[in-house]
Design a binder for this molecule. Structure first.
Ligand code: ADP
Ligand code: ADP
Ligand code: MG
Length: 537
């Protein structure tokens, strides 16, 4: 495939590995003769949050198993032993680390990537799970700061995704360990909760070594001190680079080129606009909707402003968890009825729900093919299926797909339908950083090329920034009431949204990507005084 100088066959034709990175000469570990090979290891450092940035299937968990002493790296030999490992790392930062591992002096605390698995393994109450982890006497403080008091008496099997994630973070943080590993903190959490968890993890790192994998780049950026970029061929081989400063690492990754390694990880750069997109006023209106409201029994109530949606635009939907975003899009999609205000429209809406169920054992090919005959069009195959990398899943059963695979099939299924408007509820969930960027591009191009309206609910600020022309902002009190504003310009919408969160962003000088300002820093205070939370002069 492709360039002729690739070390391995590239997964996407366009991805070139230029030259032979030094690290590729000898794998750190290989699973069997033709198995996955890992090159390099991250270096945990006391007093630092070390991040790993790269796609899934590239050996991150393998590296952590090695660092926790449960897997002895074999350097591609038939056998393995710690003596060889110590010899190999003599004179490097990892030598002292592995000496402690061998002496049994390293205790590891890990937060698993897939929190949805926890209820399968533990059926008791939240308090029963957490009490066992309280080795530092910090549990009460963690429960308070992660806002978990109200779920302590609830069964683990009854928790929402966001609650499970915070329980898992609390459990990992409460233990007394030398090395903490958080495999993604952002799934199911809103921006406020992501930043809150990030701050908590930074505090652990004051006197411990912490390693994180995180695919929300705005969060990784504020959380990590140093970052190892991971690249390669998912399932084939993975290379973990030397550590880089977090800003440099993310910038190199977005540009798609790692200069020190002389490796191109993506054919083109991921770019950000400094100025808000212009709101076109002369575009045809797709739908005018009136204000409506919905109340769940004696529980949560949602009220909305009316609004006007334009043909071909992408609207971002932002707000905290439990504020009614999913309820709003379900009402628009006709899945549920509002109590007051009628939505009489005869436009057709395709809808990807937040929680995707795959209960029928059906082949992906038949599932997508059954939605519309667009599936067989070359447009769908080249513009949707190929960039989402789902062709290789066609023969698999829906019920056998992983979270990330199912998400990509669900996005494709939504875009495969004949409709006037496409609504995607949290498409970034379970996707790694590379898949998010591809999904963003697919959705944006789809709306542009076909003149279709799209609505995207998401918490990933980079995704929202790249996708949206306008924003629908939700405010209120989570689980009590929510209010949806009319669609606003990106400038007004971001200001409203971030003022509620009390967060400002600055722009990176090199890539223009948004970066969270430290609270009460000079820039934070200046921008708040000017009301410029996101876009500024
Ligand atoms: P990541 O954490 O980056 O998603 P992993 O380290 O879990 O990646 O896995 C990298 C690759 O190694 C995957 O292709 C996986 O199938 C393979 N792999 C993981 N564990 C084993 C094992 N015990 N034996 C053989 N292959 C494995
Ligand atoms: P978001 O998508 O912003 O997280 P949702 O629309 O899913 O918010 O939910 C808003 C609130 O309504 C939450 O407190 C949720 O628990 C509650 N809720 C959602 N669906 C139902 C339902 N069918 N019955 C009762 N309460 C519900
Ligand atoms: Mg939701």
């Amino acid at each position: 495939v492709g360039c002729g100088i690739c070390v391995h066959k590239c997964p996407f034709e366009a991805i070139m590995i230029i030259g032979l990175p030094e690290a590729l000469t000898e794998p750190t570990h290989r699973y069997g003769p033709n198995g996955f090979a890992l090159y390099g290891l991250p270096v945990p450092q006391v007093g630092k949050v070390t991040g790993i940035l790269g796609p899934n299937g590239i050996g991150k968990s393998t590296a952590v198993q090695i660092l926790s002493g449960t897997l002895v790296p074999n350097f591609s030999e038939d056998n393995s032993n710690w003596e060889r490992v110590l010899h190999h790392y003599a004179g490097t930062a990892l030598y002292d680390y592995f000496s402690d591992v061998v002496d049994g002096d390293i205790k590891v605390s890990q937060k698993p990537q897939y929190v949805d698995m926890i209820p399968k393994a533990f059926k008791g109450k939240t308090s029963e799970l957490l009490d066992k982890t309280d080795e530092r006497g910090k549990l009460p403080e963690l429960v308070e700061r992660l806002n978990l008091s109200h779920v302590m008496d609830r069964k683990i099997t009854e928790l929402s995704g966001g609650e499970l994630q915070r329980v898992a973070i609390a459990a990992c943080a409460a233990k007394d360990a030398d090395f903490y590993f958080f495999d993604e903190i952002s799934p199911y959490l809103d921006i406020y909760q992501r930043i809150n968890s990030a701050q908590l993890i930074q505090e652990i790192a004051e006197d411990k070594a912490v390693l994180v994998v995180e695919h929300d780049l705005a969060i990784l950026d504020m959380l990590a001190d140093a970052v190892h970029v991971a690249y390669g061929e998912p399932g084939g081989y993975g290379v973990i680079t030397h550590p880089k400063g977090v800003r440099i690492a993310i910038n190199q990754y977005l540009k798609g080129f790692l200069p020190e390694e002389n490796v191109r990880v993506r054919p083109e750069a991921i770019k950000f606009e400094v100025h808000p997109p212009r709101v076109e006023t002369d575009i045809n209106t797709l739908l005018d909707y009136d204000a409506f409201s919905k109340k769940y029994g004696e529980g949560f109530s949602l009220s909305t402003d009316g609004g006007s949606l334009k043909e071909g635009e992408v609207l971002g939907i932002v707000g905290p968890n439990g504020i009614g975003k999913s309820t709003f899009v379900k009402i628009l999609a006709g899945e549920i009825e509002p109590d007051e205000g009628k939505l009489d429209h005869n436009i057709k809406i395709a809808y990807k729900p937040q929680y995707i169920k795959a209960d029928s054992p059906m082949q992906v090919r038949y599932f997508l093919g059954g939605l519309s005959n667009k599936f067989n069009s070359s447009y769908f195959q080249t513009e949707v299926a190929k960039p989402l990398n789902i062709e290789r899943l066609y023969d698999r059963m829906l019920t056998e797909l992983s979270g990330g695979e199912l998400q990509r099939v669900a996005i494709a299924a939504c875009l495969c339908q004949e409709a006037d408007m496409y609504i995607l509820d949290e498409p970034s969930a379970h996707l790694d950083v590379e898949q998010r960027s591809m999904a963003t591009k697919v959705i944006k191009r789809f709306a542009e090329n076909n003149g279709k309206t799209a609505m995207v609910v998401d918490h990933d600020i980079y995704m929202i920034d790249m996708l949206s022309e306008r924003l629908i902002v939700f405010e209120g009190e989570p689980a009590v009431y929510g209010k949806a504003h009319q669609p606003l310009s990106m400038q007004d919408g971001m200001n409203k949204f971030l003022a509620n969160l009390d967060i400002t962003f600055r722009r990176d000088e090199d890539t223009s990507r948004p970066r969270v300002n430290k609270k009460d820093s000079r820039l934070d205070r200046e921008q708040k005084a000017k009301g410029e939370y996101y876009y500024h002069d």
